[in-house]
Design a protein around this ligand. Sequence first.
Ligand SMILES: [Fe+2]
Ligand SMILES: [Fe+2]
Length: 297
Amino acid sequence: MNMNTATALDTPVAPPPEHSILPRPVQFNITDATPRHWFANDPFRTHFFNALFTTFPPGENFFVRSVVHYRDNIKDPVLLQQINAFAGQEGTHAFSHQDHLDILTRQGYTSLERENRFIDGFLKLTNKIAPKFALAMTVALEHFTALLAHQSLMRKDLFYEPAHADFKPLFEWHAAEEIEHKSVAFDVYQEVDGSYRRRIIAMVLSTFFMVVFLVPVRMSPLLYRDGVLFKWSTWRDGLPFLYGKQGKFRMPWDHYKQFYRRDFHPWDVQDFDLIKKFRERYQSGEWQTETQVKSQR
Ligand SMILES: [Fe+2]
Ligand SMILES: [Fe+2]
């Protein structure tokens, strides 16, 4: 296997037997005292993650609504159980990222909360008037979250180690759970009608939204607030982080394009090994102790 990107087109389309989807109710130590530029002490990289992470509250609630809408179409008891676990995981993700958003709002980055109100309203409307398309968008965006998670765990040196200690557990936990539940929305979609055309249209739109519009546009007010938006060095040093050879959006190209295959399935990429260690450490209680996160129960 190529160690930088996902491959494995000939592997079976199921996770290994020990796979399970386990909602883990935890609380993180991200507070007002956490450094403002918490990723590599760098405003551009930090605000990339701020912009991305704070879309998760409306985004992940949308994913849950989109999948749960079709619960009655599902007869397979395993998939039904996975839908519940998926909703549990995404609900806690949304909640945790809302805490982060509240801190940013208090710090004066108020554009995010305002944009989220608009995004939330738009996504709720999509659920209402186009539930099949909402599910297709969820399938596409879940491919994005799975590949970004894969990349963060595969290249910890670039996308995990530079984070402040308060944020590291959030990265690891969210990435692991995204990989655990990466096929749930897809499997529900296949049961509903599995339209290839709709899935691809949803992916093209999601890609535009993520790569061209959402993150760069959403980042700009944050950079402006820090007084670095119009500095040449911000973009000279920052853009390669997204679009350079080892960029966040460029490196996972092989993984990304698999979605366009007619016979694609999320478990074509067998990356369970990436989360095995985290699962074991969580199960034994070692992970909470090491990272000092608290259980919500
Ligand atoms: Fe999530
Ligand atoms: Fe997800």
